[in-house]
Ligand binder design. Structure first.
Ligand SMILES: [Fe+2]
Ligand SMILES: [Fe+2]
Length: 191
């Protein structure tokens, strides 16, 4: 599918609010890609598709994951919406014909983060977090950091996300902890 076909398909599949969010993420990802030396077209396409599995029910996500050998850990078993990233990564290949492994990976880890995040992974994660309709406490500080420092903004976003999830009493996914530890180890040159 080309851009217009994908956009039209997503407009049908997603709620109007989710579709508007998607277009906001495209805008934010393009800016981040230009600011941090990544391919803006690749970032735009990954952003357009990042929530392509978001309309699936918990049961559908678990089914998809089982059928495509996606690991269902205990946290995802109890909070299947966490699977919309990994399932989305399969969907972009099978439904939308996207063969770019970097785009697939960015979609895979856009909700939880993961170890060894590429610049594109960070851009999609952050664009999703700070797009213009997001209004949680602290978002403006992260937006400001994202003007100049991609890793700094990622640290703030991951820390904020971990604190928020912990405070709401929800299950915290190990990939988010891994993402933050990995980022600290790399940015501070630890062993
Ligand atoms: Fe998402
Ligand atoms: Fe999103």
């Amino acid at each position: 599918m080309n851009w217009n076909e994908i956009e039209a398909d997503l407009e049908k599949m997603l709620t109007p609010k989710r579709f508007r969010h998607t277009l906001n993420v495209v805008e934010a990802a393009e800016k981040l890609a230009r600011d941090f030396g990544c391919d803006p077209d690749q970032a735009r396409l990954a952003a357009l598709l990042h929530d392509c599995a978001k309309n699936l029910t918990d049961a559908q996500l678990l089914d998809w994951a089982k059928q495509h050998q996606i690991k269902i850990d205990r946290v995802s078993q109890n909070d299947p919406q966490l699977l919309h990233g990994p399932v989305g990564a399969v969907l972009v290949r099978d439904r939308y014909g996207i063969k770019d492994a970097a785009i697939q990976k960015a979609i895979d880890c856009h909700t939880t983060g993961c170890k060894n995040m590429s610049s594109l992974d960070k851009i999609i994660y952050l664009a999703d977090y700070i797009e213009k309709d997001r209004s949680f406490p602290g978002v403006e500080t992260i937006r400001q950091m994202a003007e100049t420092d991609l890793d700094g903004a990622m640290m703030m976003a991951l820390t904020n996300s971990i604190c928020h999830v912990a405070q709401t009493g929800a299950l915290l996914h190990k990939r988010t902890i891994d993402a933050r530890n990995d980022l600290i180890i790399k940015t501070r040159n630890l062993k």
